[in-house]
Design a binder for this molecule. Structure first.
Ligand code: FE
Length: 343
């Protein structure tokens, strides 16, 4: 809690001077960004942008929920030009609240695949995160694994670890199950997961990997960048990565559930031209390289390669379900998880 208060104060200070004509402020153009991505991940990217364009960036970082509430409350008077956040669920919600402006651009349409952006152009994915299966390399053979739905099977009883259903990552994953399998089958699968849990769901993905390492469970579901970061620290970590749903007919072979971090220009922005310049730049080579290397995520722009560390996992087929669907079905996913007792 203290940390959160400190962050809010810091955020207020960063933004405090904005809009007032104080002598210390730069005379040149500037943009204000609200970001739920933490400072360490966005500041180097903004610095590169400023270096290339001369446009200064001020930013506020906070959780997605409070940022959305703030944008809504500020309305047309918001100083924010852009919202940057993670997960299509959050971006969909922001668009649904009417705080993002629809924009179109050839550059964005070329750099970002259609499934990773809003049909109406209110938000665009700027990095891909894959949520897939991880396993204890000493207790599980990759041949025993197949897809998300197979983790509901009896062979995984008492062997599965999950993160809490409160996290938007799992809400989007379950929404993808509803799209792929239908609501009834999806509910059976998630109920099977709950039955197979070795321990109560964890607060974050790192704890899932740690539990597998510690022998508490044998399989789990995480975003790959968490495992990549842990492998950077400890290359001998006995936790392997398995690309889910790569083979089989129909839904079984639909591919790995991917989500995005993304950005949208606010309706309130008074600097739409420069905001568009930033948005396009985020989909270009410098920023895409930064996303891939700062947080071990996958670039959305296929002209940029992933980092060497994650190249070892090879290429995977991604589920091409439009991410706006994950947003639309978020509520259904939450109620489904609640019904089967996934806490
Ligand atoms: Fe994350």
């Amino acid at each position: 809690m203290m940390r959160k208060i400190a962050l809010i104060i810091a955020a207020t200070i960063v933004l405090g001077a904005c809009g007032k004509s104080e002598p210390s402020q730069p005379d040149g153009p500037e943009l204000v960004i609200y970001s739920s991505r933490i400072e360490q991940l966005i500041k180097p990217i903004f610095d590169d942008f400023t270096k290339e364009t001369g446009i200064t960036i001020r930013y506020v970082t906070d959780e997605a929920g409070p940022l959305l509430a703030r944008l809504k409350a500020e309305g047309e008077n918001s100083p924010a030009d852009m919202l940057i956040t993670v997960d299509a669920g959050n971006l969909w919600h922001a668009a649904d609240m009417g705080i993002l402006a629809p924009v179109k651009s050839e550059v964005l349409n070329t750099n970002i695949p259609p499934a990773l952006r809003d049909e109406q152009g209110r938000w665009y994915g700027v990095s891909i995160r894959a949520r897939t299966i991880v396993y204890a390399t000493d207790r599980v053979k990759p041949e025993e694994l197949a897809g998300y739905e197979d983790l509901a099977g009896p062979q995984w009883n008492g062997r599965l670890c999950l993160r809490t259903s409160k996290k938007v990552y799992n809400q989007s994953l379950v929404a993808s199950l509803i799209v792929a399998l239908g609501a009834e089958k999806a509910e059976e699968v998630v109920s099977g997961w709950v039955n197979n849990l070795a321990v109560s769901p964890f607060a974050n993905d790192v704890k899932v990997v740690e539990a597998i390492d510690a022998g508490q469970c044998d399989v789990g579901l995480v975003n790959t960048y968490y495992l990549a970061r842990m492998l950077e620290e400890n290359p001998d970590l006995p936790v392997g990565l398995f690309w889910a749903n790569q083979t089989g007919e129909g839904a079984a072979g639909r591919g790995v559930h991917v989500n995005i971090s993304g950005a949208g220009i606010t309706k309130a922005s008074k600097h739409k031209e420069n905001a568009m310049r930033l948005l396009e730049w985020l989909s270009g080579p410098t920023a895409q390289y930064d996303f891939a290397h700062l947080n071990q995520e996958y670039p959305v722009n296929d002209k940029t390669a992933p980092s060497e560390l994650i190249e070892q996992w090879g290429r995977f087929r991604a589920d091409t379900m439009p991410l706006s669907e994950a947003g639309r079905l978020q509520g259904d996913a939450i109620r489904l998880m609640d019904r089967v007792g996934y806490r």
